[in-house]
Design a protein around this ligand. Structure first.
Ligand SMILES: [Zn+2]
Length: 329
C-alpha cells in the first residue's frame, strides 16, 4: 500500500459554497470544472446542476434558500453529535465508577446498557382515539380477509419481525439469563419504544391474518372485539393507545410481531455481545429521561434518571453519582 487516503482529508482547501463543509482534496480537483466550488455531496451537486438551468437571479434566490437549510441542518447535526459524545463519555465514566465501587464483589457489572424511559403520564383515552384505532383495525381486518392465510398476506414489517422471532427464541433458549435480563431492562424502561405505537399499535393485515389463521371460528366482529375490549380507560400520554400503567394491555399473542420481536438497539447490542463474549449478570443499566424516539429532541437535555444493577432475578437501584445529576450547562 503506497497511498495514504487519510492524508487527503486534511488537505481541504476551502469551504463548499452551498453547504459550507470543508472541501475534500479530491473534490478540489473536480472543482476546476465546476462553476462553484462545492464539497461533492449529492445534495450540493444537485443544487449546482440548477445553475445551468435557471436564470442567474432565480438561482441566487434558490442558492440562498438551500444554503440556509443546509447550514441549519448541519448545525443541528453537529449539536446532536456533540451531545452524543458527551453522553457516551458520561456512560463510560459511570460504568468505570460503579465497576470500581463493586470491584471484588459478585456484583461487578459485565456491560453497560443505556435505556430510554417510557411515557408514564396517563391520560384518558378519548373517543376520537378509539375511533381512529377502530378504523385502523377495521381496515387491516378487511384486508386480511382478502387472503386465505398468512402466507398470502403482504410482506410487511410484521412478517419480517415474525420470521426473526425464531432466531430470537433460539438465542433465549441458549441463554435464558439473557432473556431474563432483557425483560428486566424493559421493565425498568416501561415502554420507551412503545411511544410510536399511536393509534395503530403496529398492527397490520398480516397480524390480523395470523389471528384469523389461529382462530378459524372468529368473524371480523370477534377479532375487532378482541382488541377493542382490551382498551383501558387511560393510556400513556403521546404513546401507544395500548400502553397502560402496567405495560401493554394486549396479551402477547394479540400484539403485533413487531412489538413481540422488538428490543431497542442497546438491548439488542447487549444480547449479541452476551453470546459473543460470554457476558454474565449483572449488567449496569443507565437510564435517560427521553423515550426511544425523542432523544435529544430539539437538543433538550436528556438527563440520567437512574443507574441500576440488573441481574436475572432482580434489579438494584444505585445512587447516581452527584457529578452526573446536575443538568448540563
Ligand atoms: Zn456541500
Amino acid at each position: 500500500m503506497s497511498a495514504t487516503p487519510q492524508a487527503f482529508n486534511h488537505q481541504a482547501t476551502s469551504d463548499c459554497e452551498i453547504c459550507g463543509a470543508q472541501i475534500p482534496f479530491l473534490e478540489t480537483l473536480k472543482n476546476k470544472d465546476r462553476s462553484l466550488p462545492i464539497c461533492g455531496a449529492i445534495e450540493c451537486e444537485n443544487v449546482l446542476k440548477q445553475k445551468a438551468r435557471m436564470p442567474e437571479a432565480s438561482f441566487k434566490v434558490y442558492l440562498a434558500s438551500h444554503q440556509r437549510v443546509l447550514s441549519q441542518r448541519k448545525q443541528r447535526i453537529a449539536v446532536k453529535e456533540e451531545i452524543r459524545k458527551q453522553e457516551a463519555e458520561e456512560h463510560q465514566q459511570i460504568f468505570e465508577h460503579m465497576s470500581r465501587l463493586l470491584k471484588g464483589s459478585n456484583q461487578q457489572p459485565s456491560h453497560r446498557v443505556v435505556i430510554p424511559s417510557g411515557q408514564l403520564e396517563l391520560v384518558p383515552v378519548d373517543q376520537s382515539r378509539i375511533d381512529l384505532y377502530r378504523s385502523h383495525l377495521e381496515s387491516v381486518i378487511d384486508e386480511a380477509l382478502e387472503y386465505e392465510n398468512v402466507s398470502q398476506a403482504p410482506d410487511d414489517h410484521n412478517q419480517h419481525a415474525h420470521q426473526k422471532l425464531n432466531d430470537q427464541q433460539a438465542l433465549f433458549e441458549r441463554r435464558p439469563d439473557v432473556k431474563a435480563i432483557s425483560d428486566n431492562l424493559c421493565m425498568l424502561c416501561k415502554g420507551g419504544c412503545c411511544s410510536k405505537g399511536e393509534n395503530h399499535a403496529y398492527l397490520s393485515a398480516s397480524s390480523m391474518r395470523r389471528q384469523l389463521d389461529s382462530n378459524p371460528g372468529w368473524t371480523k366482529e370477534d377479532l375487532l372485539e378482541q382488541y377493542l375490549s382490551r382498551l383501558a380507560p387511560s393510556s400513556s400520554k403521546n404513546a401507544c393507545i395500548n400502553q397502560g400503567n402496567e405495560g401493554c394491555v394486549l396479551p402477547r399473542e394479540l400484539r403485533s410481531s413487531t412489538c413481540n420481536y422488538f428490543f431497542c438497539s442497546s438491548i439488542t447490542h447487549y444480547q449479541k455481545l452476551a453470546e459473543e463474549k460470554n457476558l454474565h449478570a449483572p449488567v449496569l443499566a443507565i437510564q435517560r429521561h427521553h423515550t426511544l424516539w425523542n432523544r435529544n429532541y430539539d437538543n433538550a437535555p436528556n438527563d440520567i434518571t437512574n443507574v441500576t444493577l440488573v441481574s436475572e432475578m432482580d434489579t438494584h437501584d444505585l445512587d447516581v453519582p452527584d457529578e452526573f445529576k446536575a443538568p448540563r450547562a
